[in-house]
Design a binder for this molecule. Structure first.
Ligand SMILES: *Cc1c(COP(=O)(O)O)cnc(C)c1O
Length: 461
């Protein structure tokens, strides 16, 4: 039988215990750190069933481990602030009976394959919903439910490259790491564009680099919600820059990476509108981030007229291969369909408004406490001075970059959570810095957001 461990036994082994989990400290003191790690590994091992062990006993044992793991997940979700995932997932329990079917949406969503257990009807309904959101008619678009933002980016950039084989990929330095990976995978020449302090693409730099490469087509990645600062690139300005630099319609392709904020910006008035009415070729949106599907997924939309470029008939699955993956998750489309039906446009808008309000609450209190911080107007990502304590970072599951960290205020993040976080941060920060001055973050987030002694005097009132 598995011994009883505190909830954080499922974390990476060998980590120092903290005051967040006194039980862990107790256990560690009892058995010692090394011994604990070893025992935990054994707990998770795949073990050959013993002959003398009856099946019921074994199931009981496995269920116990899974139940304890669930406690761990509950605790981790209640302190999850740094990653852009929505953890309000309990409504999906209604779909748990679907787990007894091996569902697979292999191939093109608009064409049935010879595999009968699929959710393509749900998938197409989800795509229709997103197509409407992105202003493209039913018979004009093509798309599919992906395995996440990266797969959508892979598909969008592939489309751009097939249309413009000699094209150069332009992407900002704040764009997602998948972009540079894609450039490597596809062996594309890539120009990295500088960004402003807000995290937005610097279109002056874009223009300079376009003009240096006037003889080759441009494949541009526009990020809608950058990974670290939640910045939204200005699509209209990008298009204008292309025109000003002498690129005509058939010399550029724009892919929108909306993994992060694709379900935030459509509800805001203060941004340029993202729509296929403008000269974009594709968009990738995540389903597990703001929408909160419990498994990685997303949506890729493009123009129907482009898809023949990459689609191939495959005889033995009796459908077209037009997606990056072969076998595709058949559960995620129905999960997306379910949550879109539960929330509707109105419910999603309420989520967005709540998150913006909560993000502003956090930013206000950080600023009040004299902590360097920034929040873009159209974003739910609050960037602030990097905490000095790795245990604090682990506990709140923060993402850090250089001297910055961020909190992504997703729908599961409540004011109560933010208050706990602020209390913890402000109390510990006194210990980290003591009488030392906090660092200057003017270069990272702009002078007006910096609370170092030099800049604070000028701006923090
Ligand atoms: C999260 C994210 C991605 C990647 O999404 P995955 O689902 O992790 O593949 C791509 N771009 C941006 C801007 C993101 O925030």
């Amino acid at each position: 039988m598995a011994p009883h461990f505190p909830v954080n036994k499922f974390s990476t082994n060998g980590q120092e215990p903290s005051d967040y989990d006194r039980q862990a400290v107790m256990i560690t003191n009892q058995i010692g750190m090394e011994e604990k790690s070893q025992q935990l590994d054994e707990d998770f091992a795949v073990v050959e069933p013993k002959d003398e062990e009856c099946a019921v006993e074994r199931l009981h044992h496995l269920t116990k481990i899974v139940t304890e793991f669930q406690d761990h997940l509950r605790e981790r979700a209640s302190n999850q602030l740094g990653h852009p995932g929505n953890h309000n997932c309990s409504h999906y329990l209604a779909l748990s009976t679907l787990l007894q079917y091996n569902i697979n949406n292999v191939g093109d969503p608009f064409k049935e394959s010879n595999y009968g257990l699929h959710t393509k009807k749900f998938e197409v309904s989800v795509l229709d919903w997103f197509a409407q959101l992105w202003g493209i008619d039913k018979d004009e678009y093509w798309g599919y439910v992906t395995n996440g933002g990266t797969e959508g980016n892979l598909h969008g950039i592939l489309m751009g490259r097939e249309l413009l084989p000699n094209g150069i990929l332009y992407t900002s330095q704040e764009s997602h790491y998948s972009m540079l990976k894609i450039a490597r995978m596809y062996r594309m020449d890539c120009e990295t564009i500088a960004s402003l302090a807000t995290g937005e693409m610097d279109c002056n730099d874009l223009q300079d680099k376009l003009l240096m490469n006037k003889d080759r087509p441009a494949i541009i990645n526009v990020t809608i919600g950058t990974t670290f600062k939640g910045a939204v690139d200005d699509l209209d300005l990008v298009v204008q820059t292309l025109i000003d630099s002498g690129f005509s319609d058939n010399q550029f392709y724009i892919h929108c990476d909306a993994a992060m904020s694709g379900l935030v910006v459509p509800f805001l008035k203060q941004v340029t509108k993202f729509t296929f009415k403008k000269p974009i070729g594709s968009v990738s949106i995540s389903g597990h981030k703001f929408l909160g599907c419990p498994m990685p997924c997303g949506v890729l939309l493009t123009r129907r007229k482009y898809i023949k470029l990459i689609s191939r008939n495959i005889e033995y699955i009796a459908t077209c291969d037009s997606t990056i993956a072969g076998s595709r998750n058949g559960h995620s489309p129905i999960f997306m369909w379910y949550v879109l039906n539960i929330k509707g446009w109105k419910g999603l808008k309420q989520d967005v408004e709540k998150c913006l309000k909560n993000a502003r609450y956090l930013r206000h209190h950080l600023k009040k406490a004299g902590i360097s911080s920034m929040l873009n107007e159209t974003s739910v990502t609050v960037v602030f001075e990097r905490p000095q304590d790795s245990e604090f970072i682990r506990h709140w599951q923060l993402q850090c970059l250089g001297s910055m960290a961020h909190v992504v205020v997703m729908p599961h993040v409540t004011i109560e959570m933010l208050d706990r976080f602020l209390y913890d941060l402000i109390r510990k920060r006194n210990i980290w810095h003591g009488t030392l001055h906090p660092p200057c973050l003017a270069e990272d987030m702009g002078i007006c957001n910096c609370a170092c002694p030099v800049h604070a005097r000028k701006h923090m009132n």
